[in-house]
Design a protein around this ligand. Sequence first.
Ligand SMILES: [Cu+2]
Length: 163
Amino acid sequence: MIQMSKVKNYSIAVLFLLLAFLSLSGIAKGMGTTPETPLIRIEGPEALLSPVIMGSGSVFMKIMNDGKGDDNLTGVEVNIAGVLTELHDVKDGKMVRIEKIHIPAKTTVELKPKSLHIMMFKMPEDMKEGNEFTVFIKFEKSGIREVKVRLARRADTHSNHHH
Ligand SMILES: [Cu+2]
């Protein structure tokens, strides 16, 4: 019996070592994704000058989360000096500032006119259609993503075609 239990303990120890080795090598190869990891993709970013508020504009895009974990968009910056950015939603036809945008697992969240969007204030007067700039989008878990956008003509609220 003593012999048997020694053998058993030994095999358990070997098994633990093997598991430890496998998980370490898995992480080393970048395979260490846990089931709760979000996988963020950004498509179709566009920026529009506000037809209503001088010196302001909005940024829209599709944010896809193909992962199995939720994420949150917590902040945005642009590479234009002096510009202030805010996260906005639209409630009862009015823009409201929000702290973050929830991006659930296996979901696409669309930032679009009259809905969730990124707001820019205090844009320089010489910013005009065609100007390109970079938007840095900060996610709670996925870090900072960078997208380039070109400022498009003023939004025509009565049409739903994209530029
Ligand atoms: Cu807004």
